[in-house]
Design a protein around this ligand. Structure first.
Ligand code: SF4
Length: 332
């Protein structure tokens, strides 16, 4: 392993100062379930100055604000989310999605912020290959085995899929995030936080957070009456793998009429993929038995699978059909 230094600030401001001092060599350390694997695998972009934010106690909470929104500190463990009575009552789809992330042991260590900002799990990157994302000049995923960890919706330099489930499940609720920066707090939508592979501080990453910024809070608006939501996930091993394809969806329903829709695919693109074509198709339609087949026929028409991952698109369409069928039932 590389030689590393660990810092334990007691406030977000102090953490930002340390991160700023060490530049792109520094990184935030919370649950460690992603970061420690990157260090162990000697990835070039793994930080050597770790700023441990676990002792900053105002980053771990789940609470309701004065407007009825639910606010979650980003150092909150996934297991806290999975067990929260408030979240189970208000956003059962989110709790279901978090319960399908990894194993109980890892959920007990992983934080919400870590899940949102985790590095991709492309086997070439994690194996230490010198690819674009690891400081090299080639993408092995585009030309090698791309059956699981790679995009079926095209890419730029890096073809790895965005691996997290929490962002995919939060977008249908129009969740927003707060980012502490050296010049104050910034607020972003979840989609703005994870727009897919881009160059930040000289590194390719899936999110926009700079080396001296800290994700502090996720804010989920209070759902309106009539909101129905579902989460579907397919994975190679049913107990704890990343999604080979997933779908998070919400429908704002009045009677049987769909007033609004959010349709977000996970595991098939470099970001949680909002499928606007299907959302627009669903708006104004009545929930019916035929709707699922009609929606599938207009979904993902711009797919661009690689040599070995076209089945991801079939799986994603199957999830759309099963999600819509579920939400169409009277008890959804
Ligand atoms: S998909 Fe991304 S992480 Fe994987 S080999 Fe290509 S550049 Fe590297």
């Amino acid at each position: 392993m590389k030689k590393i230094s660990i810092y334990r600030p007691s406030s977000v401001d102090e953490a930002i100062q340390i991160l700023t001092q060490h530049g792109s060599e520094a990184g935030v350390y919370a649950g460690g379930t992603d970061l420690l694997v990157r260090l162990k695998n000697r990835l070039q972009q793994a930080p050597t100055h770790l700023v441990d934010i676990k002792k900053i106690d105002n980053l771990r909470y789940i609470k309701e604000d004065a407007n009825g929104n639910v606010c979650i500190g980003t150092a909150t463990k996934l297991s806290d989310i999975a067990e929260s009575g408030l979240l189970k009552q208000r956003y059962p789809m989110l709790v279901q999605a978090v319960n399908m992330i990894s194993s109980p042991e890892l959920r007990n260590a992983s934080t919400l912020g870590g899940d949102l900002l985790q590095e991709v799990w492309c086997q070439y990157l994690r194996g230490g290959y010198s690819c674009w994302r690891n400081g090299g000049y080639i993408c092995y995923g585009a030309i090698g085995d791309n059956s699981y960890y790679h995009s079926a919706m095209g890419g730029r330099l890096c073809y790895a899929v965005y691996p997290g489930d929490a962002a995919t499940a939060l977008i249908p609720f129009d969740a927003r995030v707060k980012l502490a920066t050296p010049s104050g707090t910034r607020e972003l939508s979840m989609e703005q936080l994870v727009p897919g592979d881009l160059l930040v501080d000289g590194r390719i990453q899936s999110h926009v957070v700079r080396h001296n910024e800290i994700l502090t809070e996720v804010v989920i608006p209070r759902p309106k009456p009539g909101l129905r939501a579902s989460f579907e996930k397919l994975r190679p091993r049913g107990v704890w793998d990343f999604a080979i394809a997933s779908l998070a969806m919400s429908l704002q329903v009045r009677g049987s009429l769909i007033d609004d829709a959010r349709v977000v695919f996970g595991g098939i693109a470099g970001k949680p993929l909002r499928e606007a074509v299907v959302e627009n198709f669903l708006k104004g339609k009545s929930l019916s038995e035929d709707l699922a087949a009609q929606a599938v026929s207009v979904a993902l028409t711009n797919a661009a699978p690689l040599k070995y991952n076209a089945t991801k698109i079939d799986m994603a369409k199957g999830l759309l059909a099963s999600g819509l069928t579920k939400l169409s039932s009277a008890n959804a």
